[in-house]
Design a protein around this ligand. Sequence first.
Ligand code: ZN
Length: 323
Amino acid sequence: MEIEARNRFIGIDVGGTKIMGVVADPTSGVIQVRRKAPTPKADPETLPEAIKQVVAELIEEAGRPVGLGVGVPGLVDHQGVLHYGPNVPGVLGLDMAGELRSEFGLPVVAENDATCAALAEHRLGAARGTTHAVVVNQGTGIAGGIIIGGRMYRGANGFAGEPGHMLINSGGHVCACGKTGCWEAVASGAGLANIARDVVAEGKGHRIVELAGGEAAHIRGEHVSAAMAEGDSDAAEVLDRFGWWVAEGLASLVALLDPELIVLGGGLTAINRHFISDVQERVNATVMGAAYRPEVPIVPARLGAEAGAIGAAISSRDLFLGR
Ligand SMILES: [Zn+2]
């Protein structure tokens, strides 16, 4: 679909495995053109070049945009400098916004990819119309975004909204970030596998190990859901413990932020059809002063895999309008 020139923005989502780019209208979420390219792993110094290539192709196809937004997985400051990203190892201190600005002569914003995805859910998705909301996305890890007073909360440095690394399980599993006890080590896809291995270490979960090829070390989230689909009771126990940890973290977020809504995204919410309602019940029961406060509804995310790219385009338009 053709987009009016004044609403034409480019959004780029840099993931651990692929770079996804769109030409989109940030006011409606309509996407005119899509491009994908693999994230260069072997030679991280070529990441800016790979992004520039995607942007150049989008411009060639759709024409010059008003602005450009890039979502990057890691700690991105208010100036658009990527300080550190565990999924883009070797890329440190990269002035992402500056490089793209000088290459294309466009207004450029670069920020955390999960912040972009949350921005999209707030403007166009499940959190639309809310003033105070939390977006939690469960993938391999946990990503998030916090909306306070109708605006995305980015923190002092731009690093806010990393609920996956809240330390809520002291002495627990080792996280991808290297620390022990992070929420995402028990409440993400990786966390689901960690809990399954705990159950196996207790002498249970034989079917899950079988599905993982006979090695507990090879268990991934999908092996648990496959065993669950077969009606395996140990897999049900894994999911039960997993749901408990998800609820613990969400209850902490409710205590801290008092949101009107929590958006839960990522593939794990589909793991069983009662998952969100089970977590909702546990959060309702766990949260401080449970009997004396309204329920905080937990709802599934509405935008799919393109949320990050659309959100980057939204962020770019915000910058252009001076918001
Ligand atoms: Zn961590």
